[in-house]
Design a protein around this ligand. Structure first.
Ligand code: NI
Length: 187
């Protein structure tokens, strides 16, 4: 196990499209995921995508803690999940704003519109399929992490860049953007 270096905005690995994983059960993927988990816990993130540790493969890890849920019926807390080759299907055209941070964009947060309900699918490390329909913050985390696999960082999804702020200023001068609780946890 090892703590990996996290790529920051501007590194080309964060702009590239990541490659599908041929075998989710491969030993190299197991090792990569173990290191990603250690790295995410060390950095205090909610999720991490493989390109963020300079590995351009379609692998994400994430967890959803109770404290950030929006109250939507399908916004559920989630234990640490590994998702290989994830695919997201929006189940609504409705979006809502919520605060996001990113370990690759340290010190900042921004209000990002995301679909409120999605279905996501992929494979676990054992190769077994994962298929969930979720809402709210849980859905937001998936959209954020899967964007990393397509070379997209959250500021590119923002529709009002006035809502991009340093964490300190965000704490000093809170902006009410709606129903989603304000939190600074990085993703
Ligand atoms: Ni991120």
């Amino acid at each position: 196990m090892a703590i990996l270096k996290i790529a920051r905005m501007g590194h080309p690995v964060l702009r590239d499209k990541a490659s599908p994983v041929a075998d989710p059960t491969a030993a190299e993927i197991r090792t990569l995921v173990a290191d990603m988990i250690e790295t995410m816990h060390d950095a205090g993130g909610t999720g991490l995508a493989a390109p963020q540790v300079h590995v351009p493969k379609r692998v994400v890890i994430f967890q959803v803690s109770e404290g950030r849920l929006t109250g939507r019926a399908l916004d559920r807390p989630q234990e640490l999940t590994v998702l290989v080759n994830p695919v997201i299907e929006p189940l609504t055209s409705e979006t809502e704003l919520g605060w996001e941070g990113c370990l690759s964009v340290p010190g900042l947060k921004g209000a990002v519109p995301r679909f409120t309900r999605i279905r996501y699918r992929g494979a676990g490390l054992d190769g077994a399929p994962i298929d969930r329909t979720v809402e709210g913050f849980h859905a937001r985390v998936l959209q954020h992490e899967c964007d990393h696999l397509d070379g997209i960082l959250y500021p590119q999804r923002m529709t009002d860049l006035r809502l991009l702020t340093y964490l300190e200023e965000g704490a000093r001068f809170p902006v009410d953007i709606g129903v989603v609780p304000d939190a600074n946890a990085a993703e």
